[in-house]
Design a protein around this ligand. Structure first.
Ligand code: SF4
Length: 353
């Protein structure tokens, strides 16, 4: 680990001033950053500890029906907030399916959004990686690609974004509130992470020195509470990143689908919003054939990025179809015993008490 200066600002203005210095990095729980620093993969000269900034650790249910999640709200606290989980059950299910209990107790909202890819070559300092070292090449291409992207990848980078939390946030039109020297601005979460193209090192819309202050769910997001699920296929039932996941929400009106929301995880360098599949659902009577066509549309344009990941395309179609069927059956009363797992019973018969 390199030597670095450590500061713990007391105000947002102090944090932004410190963060504007060259070589600065913001630190919250550090569940990703410290691993990168210990591996020599991130070498900040200044670490700005933002954990004492006031007001960023609140969940606020606002009068207009939106919900503002402060950047320092811990993943476990958010998932276990009864009002939040009731209103946004797919978000709670995604949070509870991520990482381990210990990590969820520490990891923050802002940090979850900003976590780096888990591409194993990215974490191997001996491997060529365009994300770490622009122009170096990509050792993942032609390598072990089982968990790499099937949508939106480029020859320069085939990595996926690892977050579960971000997948339902993208489906529900969440906004990211960003603070910087020029003031506050907002970016839709679905547009916050970038596809790699020719510049995989540019991972998000965050400019140097800016920090995430909050994530906000708009009032309409609550309209999917009765029919919302997150489904995650992974190599282990806990403490594993998604091979493929899907967040789904349905609003039903007189037996027809008013709106459907679909986003996928584990398939691209960002949470993948499936807008064309959603358009197929609107105004239709739900049935297995409709869900099959929506799942097909959700993976339109998918291409394997290596010999080992073609299976993910059909798997993702099946995950979308099953998530739609589970959502139609209704959100479980309580979080299932194995959140987001394909082994959970759909109605929460085996549930946490
Ligand atoms: Fe780096 Fe992306 Fe290639 Fe992985 S896939 S080695 S993150 S450039």
């Amino acid at each position: 680990m390199n030597r670095f200066a450590y500061t713990r600002p007391a105000t947002l203005a102090e944090a932004l001033a410190a963060g504007a210095e060259p070589g600065a990095a913001y630190l919250a729980a550090g569940t990703n950053l410290l691993d990168l620093m210990k591996g020599g993969l991130a070498t900040p000269e200044r670490v700005i500890d933002i954990t004492r900034l006031p007001g960023l650790d609140r969940i606020e249910h606002l009068p207009d029906g939106s919900t503002r999640i402060g950047a320092l709200v811990r993943n476990a606290d958010l998932a276990r907030d009864a009002r939040f989980a009731k209103t946004y059950p797919a978000v709670a299910e995604a949070l509870l399916s991520g990482a381990s209990a210990q990590l969820r107790n520490a990891a923050t909202t802002g940090g979850n959004v900003l976590q780096r890819t888990r591409c194993p070559y990215f974490y191997d300092a001996a491997a060529a990686c365009n994300r770490r070292d622009p122009g170096a090449g990509c050792d993942a291409v032609g390598g072990a690609t089982r968990l790499h992207a099937v949508l939106g990848w480029s020859e320069g980078c085939i990595a996926t974004h690892p977050s579960d939390f971000c997948v339902p946030l993208a489906a529900l039109d969440a906004m990211v509130e960003i603070e910087g020297a020029a003031g506050r601005r907002e970016v839709a979460l679905a547009a916050f992470h970038r596809l790699p193209g020719e510049t995989p090192e540019h991972e998000s819309e965050l400019a140097p020195g800016e920090l995430i202050a909050a994530v906000r769910l708009p009032p309409e997001a609550a309209g999917f509470a009765a029919h919302a699920r997150y489904l995650k296929v992974r190599d282990r039932t806990s403490y594993a990143f998604a091979t493929v996941s899907a967040a789904v929400g349905l609003s039903l009106d007189g037996g027809l689908i008013g709106q459907g929301r679909i986003a996928l995880g584990g398939v691209a360098a960002k949470p993948w919003r499936a807008s064309e599949a959603e358009a197929l659902l609107a105004g239709q009577a739900p049935d297995p054939e409709l869900f099959r066509r929506a799942a097909e549309a959700a993976l339109a344009g998918a291409e394997p990025s290596g010999e080992a990941n073609a299976f993910k395309i059909d798997l993702a179609r099946r995950v979308v179809g099953r998530a739609l069927a589970l959502a139609l059956a209704g959100t479980p009363e309580r979080p299932t015993a194995l959140p987001a797992s394909v082994f959970s019973l759909s109605h929460g018969a085996a549930a946490h008490v």
